[in-house]
Design a protein around this ligand. Sequence first.
Ligand SMILES: C[S@@+](CC[C@H](N)C(=O)[O-])C[C@H]1O[C@@H](n2cnc3c(N)ncnc32)[C@H](O)[C@@H]1O
Length: 269
Amino acid sequence: MDEKKILKIKEAIKRNFEQSPDKYETFEQKHGFFSALNAALIDTLDVRGNLKILDIGCGTGASSRQILSAIPDSNVWGLDNSPAMLKIAENNNPDPSRLRFIEGDAGDLTSFVKERMDVVLYSASIFLIPDYKASLNQAWSLLEPGGKLGLTYMVGVFENRGENAFVCADNQARTNVSQKKPVELDSLTLFVENLFSGAKVQTKDFICDIEMLRAFFSIPAMSAGLYPSLVYEDRLKMLETLFSHLSCDKLSFRWNLITATKQNSQAIL
Ligand SMILES: C[S@@+](CC[C@H](N)C(=O)[O-])C[C@H]1O[C@@H](n2cnc3c(N)ncnc32)[C@H](O)[C@@H]1O
């Protein structure tokens, strides 16, 4: 992807998150979804003790707070490029002596982070970072030898019989729902495998009811992923039409958890 396109996508994503903090936080307070997702990632990484942990794309701080409560001896740095999301994170910081927030771009990590880290996480953020290769190379360089990387990637919403629920519903709803993401899963997985000389990929299904999924995709930034060319009000109308054609009450919200450990390989630019 060329530089111009990367910049355009990043600006659009930043604008969308700048409009999202209230709805995002209301959703998280009610459903605790991002915290549960990060808990699954931390379990998979199997890390504990006095660790330095970087949480890239920390948003309103749900993942950073979850890290601190799961690993109370850790020191956590949450980085995000949306001042509006970070404001909520700062307001809800349970322990400023252990948890610090940094405003910065994931594609230019080493300008904002100078500490070496034991763990670097991208909790529900890597698929939003079109220059993920530059970001991961810098994450790799920030990691101590033996340090760990953890990513969660949103795969989609699926019916019991394995079909993509939004694609099925859209066959009738005709809202032209998009399934494209700025970062493609196969390319990302391959890149992590090469950079870290191996990676573990685990698929995790969260069984969710329609109301929870509606609240998730009503967050301005999330609805923009489904209907990128529409303004927010029109996205919500399309979402309602799409959801009225979903055929089950419970659906699988599928995420891939990708984890890797730093060996002595070279970063790939
Ligand atoms: C879905 S939210 C996840 C937030 C948080 N990790 C959580 O678990 O609630 C994704 C976050 O990534 C941030 N983000 C997207 N692109 C970014 C970039 N290039 N640099 C830094 N943060 C970015 C967004 O602003 C947003 O807050």
